[in-house]
Every structure is written in structure tokens, then in C-alpha cells.
Design a protein around this ligand. Structure first.
Ligand code: AMP
Ligand code: MG
Length: 337
């Protein structure tokens, strides 16, 4: 038998305790991957091992959402629907389409998930193929109309031939919500997911609200910092994907009324409880412009908006103050000269 002296016993107990404490000690655990064609990072405050596992399952879930909603992937039900028509029988897609149609209705069609044919003629799905001819735009416009999308018992369908669905303006937000759900399931109560500007801040960071920097749409630096807890902060902008021709910028958010890229707003940030809803509205507000965008968000309980216009003005809804937005307006003066 070993004869452990009393002192040695205490040493062993102390070593054991410090090992278990270090296993539970909360630290910042972070990982970045490419999802939705952009950098997606997840940061959690947790024990190293618990944090890594939670992040892994959140990425796995977000990856599932990415493939299902990727209209270019043959395995996505949207891919087949956009080529052959028929029905989409998938509860998850039906739920996101339902939200998209709700935003489409409330934004009077500024947000429209049937904008697919217009995105095609503008080459948004490739590298951007230059300005299309007027008649191409007119032809595409005829196929756009969210009213032609129906949902019945989890089944999405359309009676109109040539109708296509693109959920690119809302699916990333949905993926972020699903990632957060997965983190919570793993016991995480403090986390930040940032999927290329679609952000959700869960809980607090060391007892303080999370600080979210808003990118300057025309250069380096942050325009503003929002302090949030349990909130999505989602930004749409004309600087993510675009081409320039004749000194003008043609970007990836198309106004379904004109068939041309939206113009008045260069960056729109929506803050609220759900990333999916905030994502849809950020895209909608880009198209609606300042006046209509502000009016629409006023009707959305718990959602606030911050916009930067092509004139270099910063505009926000009344309730934005509670997020302590701290503007750096000096950065604004060189917008679109
Ligand atoms: P976001 O970065 O969330 O603003 O989404 C931009 C994406 O939304 C584009 O790449 C298109 O896939 C899609 N989109 C473009 N214009 C519209 C629109 N008017 N309504 C709905 N989705 C759109
Ligand atoms: Mg969006």
C-alpha cells in the first residue's frame, strides 16, 4: 500500500482542483469558416472544450442551412424549383418563404423573393456581366411578383411559369438564428456569430454588452459602434458585390419596381430580436429608401434601423439611441463624390 503523507495528500487535492477549475474556466473560444461565400466567425465564452464542441455543432447546423438554401446547389430543392417548377415540400424552406412573403407584403414588394430572373440578367450569380439591355430587364420584370408564390401545409408552389425564388436576402439571417439555437442547446449563454455582416450577440461579454462595429461603406474604419445584448445586428450594403461602369456602381440588391439596383441608401443596418427578420428588412430598406424605410420599421415592434445615404447622411429610427450608437461622421464626407 502507498503511504501518502498528509502534506502530499493536500498537494494532490490542490493539483486535482486546479485541473478541474481550468477545465471549467471560461475563456474566449473562436473559430472562422467560409459559409455563404463569406467569412463566418463564431465566438463563445465557455470552457475551451465545451466551447469548441458548441462551435462545431453550430457550424454544422449553419452548413446544413447554407446547402439547403443554395440555389446553385443541385441538392437544394430551390435549384430544382427554379429550373423545372413543381412543388417544394420542405417545412424549413416553407417557413423562411413565409417570413419572406410577410416582409414582401409589408415592404410593398421592395423585398421580393421572386426577384430571381432579375438577378440572373444582372449577372449577380456570376461576376456581374455588365448592364443588361432594356428589353432583357423588361422581360425579367414580367416574371417577378411575390403574389405568385403560394404556401399550403408546408408546400411552396407557383402557378406562374418561369417564376424563380431567391432567398439570398434572408437565408443568412436564418442560418445565424439556427447557429445561436445550437449554441444555446449546448449550454452557451455568451456568444457572437458574425456571418459577413449578419450578426447575433447572445448574452453579454464579461458582464458588459457586446460591442458591434459598423463598417464604413466606402473605406476603412467603423462608422459606429452599437452596444447590444440578445440582439441581431444585420447590415446590407451596396459594397458587398458590385461592378462599376461609366463611373456608376451596379450592386446586388435590385429594386423590383424599376429592375435596376437600388440607389438612395448605401448601407442599412437593422437591429432586433431575430436575425432572419432583421436580414430581410435590411435588404428591404436598401430598396425602400429613407422615408419609406423609416416608416416601415416604425411599424415593426422591437426593430430599429440605421441608414447611410449616398449623400453621406446618417439616418436612424427613434429607438436606436438605446444601443448607444456612437457615430463617426467624419468618415461620411467622402461618400459617392
Ligand atoms: P443582403 O445582403 O441580405 O441584402 O442580400 C442580398 C441578396 O438578396 C442578393 O444577393 C440577392 O440574392 C437578394 N436580393 C436582391 N435584391 C432583392 C430584393 N429586392 N428582394 C429580395 N431579395 C433580393
Ligand atoms: Mg438581407
Amino acid at each position: 500500500m502507498f503511504n501518502i503523507s498528509r502534506l502530499n495528500k493536500y498537494i494532490i487535492i490542490i493539483i486535482f482542483l486546479s485541473f478541474s477549475l481550468s477545465a471549467c474556466r471560461r475563456e474566449e473560444v473562436s473559430e472562422t469558416k467560409i459559409l455563404f461565400n463569406t467569412y463566418c466567425s463564431i465566438t463563445v465564452w465557455a470552457s475551451q472544450r465545451g466551447g469548441e464542441e458548441a462551435i462545431r455543432s453550430a457550424f454544422e447546423r449553419m452548413g446544413e442551412v447554407e446547402s439547403k438554401f443554395n440555389i446553385h446547389s443541385e441538392t437544394s430543392p430551390l435549384y430544382r424549383f427554379n429550373r423545372e417548377g413543381g412543388d417544394i415540400e420542405d417545412d424549413e424552406i416553407a417557413n423562411v418563404v413565409k417570413e419572406a412573403l410577410e416582409i414582401a407584403g409589408k415592404s410593398k414588394g421592395a423585398f421580393d423573393p421572386s426577384v430571381y430572373p432579375l438577378l440572373e440578367v444582372w449577372g449577380i450569380y456570376g461576376e456581374g456581366s455588365g448592364i443588361p439591355e432594356e428589353k432583357q430587364i423588361e422581360k425579367a420584370l414580367k416574371k417577378v411578383g411575390y403574389d405568385n408564390i403560394s404556401i399550403e401545409n408546408g408546400r411552396v408552389y407557383s402557378a406562374v411559369e418561369g417564376l424563380g425564388i431567391d432567398l439570398g436576402g434572408i437565408a443568412k439571417g436564418y442560418a445565424v438564428d439556427e447557429g445561436i439555437k445550437e449554441l444555446k442547446r449546448a449550454g452557451i449563454d455568451s456568444a457572437l456569430i458574425d456571418a459577413g455582416g449578419d450578426i447575433y450577440a447572445l448574452g453579454s461579454k464579461n458582464g458588459r454588452e457586446w460591442r458591434i462595429g459598423l463598417q464604413n461603406p466606402r473605406g476603412e474604419g467603423n462608422m459606429s459602434v452599437f452596444k447590444v445584448s440578445d440582439r441581431a445586428v444585420v447590415t446590407s450594403g451596396d459594397y458587398h458585390r458590385y461592378f462599376e461602369e461609366g463611373g456608376d456602381r451596379y450592386h446586388h440588391i435590385i429594386d423590383p419596381q424599376t429592375g435596376y439596383p437600388s440607389e438612395e441608401v448605401v448601407s442599412a443596418t437593422v437591429i432586433g430580436p431575430k436575425a432572419m427578420t432583421a436580414d430581410g428588412w435590411a435588404t428591404a430598406v436598401m430598396v425602400m429608401g429613407v422615408r419609406e424605410g423609416l416608416e416601415a420599421i416604425k411599424e415593426m415592434e422591437e426593430y430599429e434601423v440605421f441608414m447611410i445615404t449616398s449623400e453621406g447622411e446618417a439616418v436612424s429610427s427613434q429607438g436606436l439611441d438605446k444601443y448607444g450608437a456612437d457615430m463617426n461622421l467624419d468618415l461620411l464626407h467622402k461618400l459617392d463624390e
